[in-house]
Design a protein around this ligand. Structure first.
Ligand SMILES: [Zn+2]
Length: 483
């Protein structure tokens, strides 16, 4: 079966329709028509497909980079934005939200997550389940309405992607790459599924196409940076995967960190490189031109590398930020406040990476930041991803997504540019920019209502009052951790 991005988008549109037909399985209404389905399943409640929400007198920052639109109304019907303008009329029964003094932005898109990872090593199986089960809500609580899960066993992630689409799992909209490609003894092989040779890679690629994943993730890296503690992906393996991808319209997402790996990721036509660059770009190197020519987006995951060493300063020295407290299960936060516990975490991660990962991170941080500045100034497109949940330190899922925006601003992006990176650019990385990522008529209503202007201070992206997911407004506390 030959695919291209257009047919893949149509597949998603069809799934969105299927969502409404199957969203209320409790009433056995899986085959109901659009007239009777949800109304029967939720007697006395308005039909969510035609329900209208009117946000009155607000400022829209639409995620395209265009100037804010103050004093406008925003009308949502069902899951779509129907109109943006002055003094809009809503039908009777519409839900009215007062947007006075508030700011409507697109929901954030995190293009590098691992919903399956529990942040730390030292948890009992029961505790791990609590953490992992809560993770999707941790993203919503922090304003992330779409995620790209870049590696997880197919049998783990694909049912969750399906459950989210069916309305059975409270979660951001999940896109999933399934299992990642890595050679035997390659980086990430400790998570299983490592490949013997190019033929095995080709078989796996075809299986992933059949499983209808949203793209391929390739781990090119041979260990953190240029340390070479693991096996780098051989060239014939890389080519085999790229070939199946190109035959089937599958975008490639490359995990690369150093200059050599970056060039390999560029050469196979990656859609995005999902880590920052640890090497200075030498005089005369053509990397930047090639990234721009190839339309390749870089997802720097800067907060990941920082989180090896410290949490987002917003968390506070005692990890006492109330937002963090509502993001994480209390028992986990309590332990992460203990320096001895964190020292053991770091020892375990260094053991898993066969090197002193923390000395490495500390030495590379300035270069990661310089490269963000340099790539951005040269016109390379950046998007937001956190690698949330990976066991490296203070790598909080959901909570770290706004931190990533803040680091982008520290590296020279304007707050507006950081917001675009986290919304429209993220949608482009996943290939869903015709559906979400900007506040525009006809698009899915995945929105945040903020109580302060994120363009004044990007930290205000955390001042969330409402999370609107596919047209349904949720007060933020609905997604707070409940013990
Ligand atoms: Zn990752």
């Amino acid at each position: 079966m030959i695919r291209n991005p257009v047919t893949r988008r149509l597949t998603h549109a069809a799934l969105a329709v299927a969502f409404w037909l199957t969203a209320f399985p409790a009433a056995g209404a899986t085959t109901e028509t659009s007239q009777s389905g949800p109304a029967q399943a939720h007697p006395g409640k308005a039909d969510p497909r035609t329900e209208t929400v009117l946000i009155r007198n607000t400022t829209v920052i639409d995620g395209t980079g265009a100037a804010p639109q103050p004093g406008v109304d925003l009308l949502i019907r069902g899951d779509r934005i129907e109109a943006i303008g002055e003094s809009l009329q809503a039908s009777e029964g519409a839900r009215i939200l007062d947007g006075t003094g508030k700011f409507v932005v697109p929901g954030l898109i995190d293009t590098h997550v691992h919903l399956q990872f529990p942040i730390v090593f030292q948890l009992s199986p029961e505790e791990k389940t609590v953490v992992v089960d809560h993770t999707p809500k941790a993203f919503l609580y922090n304003g992330v309405t779409t995620v790209l899960n870049v590696s997880a066993a197919n049998e783990w992630i694909l049912p969750r992607r399906e459950a989210q689409r069916n309305g059975e799992l409270v979660a951001p909209t999940i896109y999933a790459l399934g299992e990642s490609f890595k050679p035997v003894d390659g980086w990430g092989s400790r998570h299983g599924g490592a490949l013997e040779d190019a033929a095995a890679a080709r078989r796996m690629a075809l299986e992933l196409v059949d499983a209808d994943v949203d793209g391929f993730k390739l781990i090119i890296e041979d260990g953190l940076g240029s340390q070479g503690t693991h096996v780098e992906m051989p060239d014939d393996m890389l080519q085999a995967i790229a070939e199946v991808a190109s035959e089937n319209g599958m975008p490639l997402y490359s995990h690369a960190i150093n200059l050599h790996e970056y060039h390999r990721a560029v050469d196979i036509g990656s859609r995005a490189i999902i880590h920052g660059l640890e090497d200075p770009i030498p005089e005369g190197d053509t990397l930047i031109e090639e990234l721009i020519e190839g339309g390749i987006t870089v997802v720097p995951t800067a907060s990941l590398f920082e989180s090896f060493l410290h949490p987002d300063p917003a968390a506070g020295l005692e990890l006492q930020d109330p937002v963090l407290e509502k993001t994480l299960p209390g028992f986990l936060l309590q332990r992460m406040r203990d320096p001895d516990y964190m020292a053991e975490e770091k020892r375990l991660f260094s053991q898993a990476s066969n090197m002193d990962a923390y000395t490495w991170a500390e030495s590379r941080l300035p270069v990661f930041r310089e490269n963000i500045t340099r790539l951005h100034e040269a016109g390379v497109k950046l998007a937001v991803g956190t690698d949330g949940g990976g066991t490296v330190g203070y790598n909080y899922q959901g909570y770290n997504t706004p931190w990533e925006l803040k680091i982008l601003v520290e590296c020279g992006l304007t707050p507006m540019e950081a917001l675009v990176a986290a919304t429209r650019n993220g949608a482009e990385v996943i290939g869903i920019d015709n559906e979400v990522g900007t506040v525009e008529t006809g698009k899915l209503a995945d929105l945040l209502i903020l109580t302060a202007n994120p363009l004044d201070d990007i930290e205000n992206i955390r001042r969330i009052e409402w999370i609107i997911q596919q047209g349904q407004p949720h007060p933020r506390d609905e997604f707070a951790f409940q013990p």
